[in-house]
Design a protein around this ligand. Structure first.
Ligand code: GCU
Length: 430
């Protein structure tokens, strides 16, 4: 009896603590994002769309991102791959297989290895691919599957504690950890996933050393860029797989991983579409906006996400020679889904919408439909630049998944790979 009481006290304290941490990092979402954009500032400076379509203009835009906020894309950082291991040959009652592979990025003693898990539908044909980067361990993303844990052992309660999982999903949605792979199978996709922190830890204390030790001439200096590179490494692994139609590869991430998903698409022309869900500051939200998190708070809490020099810009975003509409525009003409929620003011949907409005001209310039005219509450998943706003907060909930899939399935998809002339080719992956 006494143990049961102590257990409940412990669990209540754990729940309270989690709530406290969650509220300090995502501000529980008690307010509503404003839906009015006409009375707020348009992003500055305006985009020079014609110049951004030239190789020089595009290169200059990418250099600006590297030199101010994100640090360098680690060009040439070696990627090596192990052999696929079949985790479950009868995954989802025989609908496909679940497999995993070791990916090593870097060389020498500081090279880092993480596991990519992929679910392949049983179909004989090559299928389009979605690569998801997650907050959660692979153990939590694929619960009950014998995937490998971060430390190379079988998953234990430490990797996927049911109680912690319960609390996290209550706060951040049913799909914040577990991947709804069956729904992606229904839509005909190969679903690949990795835990970003297994490559570079999401830790201010550990990340700088891990990045500096990767052993390349140009190492990343911010984890967002490093995690973006990991998407590219996953592409390297999957692009030669006959089960994958790599002309149709999308990347997706929530929040910090939505930021890195967009960076990946900017530097890796093999990526055809991006889902950046609630990416917020240093993602789709305008750096000069004072609503929500702000860059200043971000660099204070997560100094390892951006390059060390970003602090000066975070303290005074007016110093930035661009705002985040440039980042969105550099994803074009690849398709981009910006997910938002009305109570997720921390991620600042209102300034994200203004950024999207300003970037929309870039898709139009490539002859693709941009944002559409419906305002912040309209959703057209077939456009080049897609806006999604739902009720609720900072989370991945079951309403989000059909929206993601509708976007992924909307065809014809403009393909960077199938029409290489379209994207000024200046950045080679890896
Ligand atoms: C924090 C952080 C955001 C980030 C989010 C997330 O809330 O302040 O910038 O997007 O974590 O990754 O969930």
């Amino acid at each position: 009896m006494i143990f049961r009481v102590l257990r409940w006290i412990g669990l209540t304290l754990l729940a309270g603590l989690t709530l406290l941490v969650a509220s300090s990092c995502t501000m529980l979402g008690l307010n509503y994002a404003s839906l009015e954009t006409a009375n707020k500032a348009a992003p500055i400076p305006p985009l020079d769309v014609a110049r951004l379509q030239t190789p020089e203009g595009r290169a200059a835009g990418m250099r600006m991102l590297e030199d101010t906020l994100y640090g360098p894309w680690p060009v040439g950082l070696p990627v090596s791959v192990g052999d696929w291991r079949v985790v479950n040959p009868d995954y989802l009652e025989g609908r496909g297989t679940l497999e995993e592979v070791d990916i090593t990025i870097g060389e020498g003693p500081g090279a880092r290895t993480f596991q990519l898990v992929a679910a392949f539908p049983a179909a004989a044909a090559a299928n389009p691919l979605v690569i998801s980067q997650t907050f959660s361990s692979n153990c939590a993303t694929f619960p009950e599957q014998p995937v490998m844990s971060e430390d190379g052992d079988p998953c234990t309660a430490r990797d996927n504690g049911p109680m912690v999982n319960f609390i996290v999903t209550q706060l951040f949605g049913e799909y914040i950890a577990e991947a709804p792979v069956g729904l992606y199978f229904d839509a005909g996709f190969v679903y690949a996933s990795f835990h970003a922190g297994d490559f570079i830890p999401d830790s201010a204390a550990l990340a700088p050393g891990a990045m500096a030790g990767l052993g390349a001439e140009v190492n990343p200096t911010g984890t967002l860029m490093a995690w973006a590179y990991a998407f590219s490494a996953a592409m390297d692994v999957l692009e030669s797989d006959p089960r994958v139609d790599t002309n149709h590869t999308s990347v997706m991430g929530h929040s910090r991983h939505g930021k890195s998903a967009m960076l990946a698409a900017i530097w890796d022309p093999r990526i055809e579409a991006v889902i950046a869900h609630q990416s917020g500051f240093a993602g789709s939200a305008l750096s000069r906006s004072q609503t929500g998190e702000t860059l200043a708070r971000m660099v204070k809490t997560y100094p390892h996400w951006l390059a060390p020099g970003a602090k000066a810009y975070a303290a005074n975003p007016d110093l930035l020679p661009f705002d985040q509409h440039l980042l969105l525009a550099l994803v074009a003409p690849r398709r981009l889904f910006l997910g938002n929620a009305r109570r997720d003011v921390w991620s600042d949907p209102n300034s994200s919408f203004r950024a999207a409005e300003a970037a929309s001209a870039m898709w139009e310039a490539y002859g693709k439909p941009g944002l559409g005219q419906g305002g912040m509450q309209a959703f057209d998943p077939s456009h080049g630049l897609v806006w999604w706003l739902r009720v609720g907060g900072h989370s991945i909930v079951d309403d989000d998944i059909p929206a993601f899939i509708a976007f992924l399935k909307a065809r014809p998809m403009p393909s960077a790979t199938s029409s290489p002339g379209e994207l000024p080719s200046i950045a080679a992956p890896g």
